[in-house]
Write a protein that binds this ligand. Structure first.
Ligand code: GCW
Length: 722
């Protein structure tokens, strides 16, 4: 045993002495806890941190203690003692309820930390120099422990700590679009991490690491199955499996939620109807929910995708979405469970403008949902495109709790191969001004409940996690999981700040590495917009799998599934007219927002073709014609990917060789695909503009027909059953 311990510390020292670590496979995510490289800092940290003092016990507190102990011993390359006696240079952790020491401090900070927040303070207690991590709940202590470790991981000073924080949003979830057969809808990182067939008997150690990672960024729950739900999840066998997952997640402050299929009363309840106003149906949901709570006592609730993309829903029975949601919500209410009812709906009749549907459907229902129903609204009115304006439902439903749904997985954002840092996209939406209650009513203030005084607040991110060794496929895709989590806790953080933390924790604190990588990440989303859908274009990707460009597609079953429906290119120009001259989708926004977008002259370039059909020779703000600007954007996008390759190539000796190679290869794929997007789109749109690609730009390698004939077979994430 002693021998093993010595070897462990020897190894730690060995790693600490070298500049880089080898064989980094990404499994540890941002929780690597590599020994602090800066010698002076390491010594300072070692002196300040001798041990951990904690009183009381609970599974969550145990997690906090364990994480701190392993994290600190690795970061500081020394043994960390834990005990109940306060000594000099100890970290005191706990709540006033479980620690008499903390209670005796009467910390005013705890009045501001709410249920899940925490405070981290440098404090002299009874003549001893301490660091206090205190909270009102064990979960708060856990979040504080992770934050403290993060301070060391990112080499921050510990001298005058005075952190007081609490999450701005209460329900902070991942949505897994994971099928019971372990395929993942729109997943690009392998199969589902949930080994359903082996549950509940075999508990993959990965579940715990998954929970740790989520806790480290403040995520407090997960919907573990696809919104295109398989009704089996609500059967006894599967509930036992879900309960086994819940047991692993619970000590890390996470709750399990399930996606429920509206027709469950028929499919597994053997009833004749799923009509939400039918007494037997209501009774069925009540019994089912009661049963779930016998397996999972802290079950969070359901997400429901109804009357959307073929899923059954209340409209099958001529009932409204509110009537549907309320019937299920009533069953959950006695247990404090919630229903997250998705607003991503569209009717069977092809509409004038698909982006108007969700608002048209839900706006009239404001005020008719139960208090435990929260409407889950995608960030934009269409569908997770590289860029969309914010969804007009944000700010339009003052009497309804509304939560955000982001897509972390990169369905439309380069899938598994493109380096796209999504925090700028998320921030763009969160910071958008709805003007719902005057200037400054941002989307963030709608979803954190502050604008309209809602206490049921939530945010969901469609997970990008799979069973790939590194969890997310692309090493940089981990940053999107991380950034999403950070923003769920504090949407006022900047994309820059979050990237900075992530790079330092995941790769290195070396400024020579951090600076260029951060720059590359921060620009990457705009770069992707440029080579895929510049100037407000949208939905011009491949059919079904959504991989690669296909702006010419016009043969799909419904008009609004086809790219041509969205770009509307013709001999005059390009773009979807959404002002009153066209579909008037703009009408769904507040007058101040309308004013910004209604006039092509003032509408920002980013949204021009989203809201306007613009003539090819229209003069843009840049002075160029629309056609020239469109080409310029596509070409610039490709150039920027090449610049990313250049930046990365210079960092060869600054990071782990395995990861370096991985990213190098993926950037090469991204460059090829960016060129594919550019060449396909520019040549296709040229058939309408009847203008050549401007002089000076490299000519596409192949003619348009070549790109039209590319058939992508077996692209991941598409189909596979649920
Ligand atoms: O973007 C679309 C996806 C579907 C998905 C749907 C939804 C789960 O292509 O795969 O289905 O959105 O959000 O329901």
């Amino acid at each position: 045993m002693l021998y093993m311990k010595t070897t462990f510390y020897l190894l730690l020292t060995l790693f600490a002495c070298t500049n880089i670590s080898f064989g980094e496979d990404g499994y540890r995510l941002w929780l690597r806890y590599e020994t602090v490289k800066d010698k002076a800092l390491l010594t300072a940290y070692q002196q300040k941190i001798r041990g951990i003092c904690t009183e009381g016990n609970s599974p969550v507190l145990e997690s906090a203690k364990e994480e701190l102990t392993t994290g600190l011993s690795s970061l500081l390359s020394k043994k960390i003692n834990t005990g109940t006696i306060l000594q000099n240079n100890t970290i005191l952790i706990g709540t006033a309820a479980n620690s008499a020491l903390i209670a005796s401090l009467h910390l005013a900070e705890l009045l501001q930390t709410g249920q899940e927040g925490y405070t981290i303070l440098t404090k002299n207690i009874q003549g001893k120099n301490c660091i206090v991590i205190a909270a009102n709940s064990d979960a708060g202590v856990l979040y504080g422990a992770f934050r403290f470790l993060q301070l060391l991981q990112t080499n921050k000073p510990l001298d005058r700590l005075s952190i007081v924080t609490s999450p701005k949003i209460n329900i902070r979830l991942l949505n897994h679009w994971d099928n019971l057969n372990r395929t993942v809808e729109r997943g690009y990182a392998g199969f589902s991490i949930w080994k359903w067939h082996l549950l509940p008997g075999y508990i993959d150690p990965r579940y715990r690491d998954y929970a740790r990672a989520n806790a480290s960024i403040g995520i407090n729950g997960a919907v573990i199955n696809n919104v295109n739900a398989n009704v089996q999840i609500l059967t006894k066998d599967y509930l036992k499996k879900a309960a086994a997952i819940a047991d692993v997640l619970r000590p890390w402050g996470m709750k399990v939620y399930l996606a429920a299929k509206f027709s469950a009363p028929i499919e597994i309840g053997k009833l004749k109807t799923a009509d939400p106003l039918d007494e037997e149906v209501k009774e069925w949901w009540k019994k089912k929910v009661d049963e779930i709570y016998t397996y999972i006592p802290d079950f969070g609730g359901f997400v429901v995708k109804a009357n959307s993309e073929g899923q059954p829903g209340p409209q099958n029975y001529k009932r409204s979405h509110a009537e549907g949601a309320n019937a299920i919500a009533d069953a959950l209410a006695p247990h404090n469970g919630i229903v997250m009812w998705r607003a991503f709906v569209y009717s069977n009749e092809t509409p004038v403008d698909r982006t108007k549907q969700s608002y048209n459907e839900f706006k009239p229902l404001d005020g008719s949902f139960r208090s435990n129903v929260i409407l889950q609204v995608k960030n934009g009115p269409l569908d997770f495109q590289p860029r969309e304006p914010f969804h007009p439902l944000f700010g339009a439903l003052p009497k309804t709790s509304v939560m955000m749904e982001f897509q972390i997985t990169q369905e439309y954002l380069g899938q598994g191969t493109h380096l796209v840092y999504e925090a700028p996209l998320m921030k763009e939406v969160l910071d958008a001004d709805t003007y719902a209650k005057g200037k400054g009513t941002t989307v963030a203030k709608i979803i954190d409940g502050s604008a309209e005084q809602h206490s049921l607040t939530g945010i969901a991110g469609v997970s990008n996690i799979g069973d790939d060794r590194n969890w997310c496929g692309h090493p940089f895709a981990q940053a999107n999981w991380y950034a999403y989590g950070k923003l769920t806790w504090d949407h006022s953080m900047s994309a820059d700040e979050i990237a900075d933390e992530w790079i330092r924790m995941t790769f290195s604190n070396d400024a020579v590495f951090v600076k260029p990588v951060k720059q590359m990440m921060l620009g990457s989303r705009e770069t992707m917009v440029r080579y895929m859908t510049p100037l407000g274009l949208h939905h011009i990707m491949g059919d079904g799998h959504h991989y690669g460009p296909s702006p010419w597609s016009d043969k799909l079953g419904r008009a609004d599934w086809n790219p041509v429906y969205y770009h509307r290119a013709d001999s005059i120009g390009i773009g979807f007219e959404r002002t009153e001259k066209g579909s008037n989708a703009l009408e769904q926004y507040m007058p101040e927002v309308r004013k910004i977008y209604a006039d092509a002259a003032t509408c920002p370039d980013e949204y021009l073709l989203w809201f306007h059909h613009i003539p090819w020779n229209y003069q843009m703000k840049s002075g160029k014609t629309l056609w020239n600007e469109l080409c310029t954007q596509y070409y610039k996008g490709v150039e920027e990917v090449r610049a990313m390759q250049e930046t990365w190539s210079k960092l060869k000796n600054k990071t782990d060789p395995e990861q370096f190679e991985h990213v190098t290869m993926l950037l090469a794929v991204q460059e090829k695909e960016a060129v594919w997007w550019r060449n396909a789109c520019v040549q296709y749109f040229a058939t309408f503009s009847k203008q050549p690609i401007p002089a000076g730009f490299e000519q596409p390698e192949y003619p348009l027909e070549y790109y039209k004939n590319i058939r992508v077979q077996f692209a991941p994430g598409n189909g596979g059953g649920n």
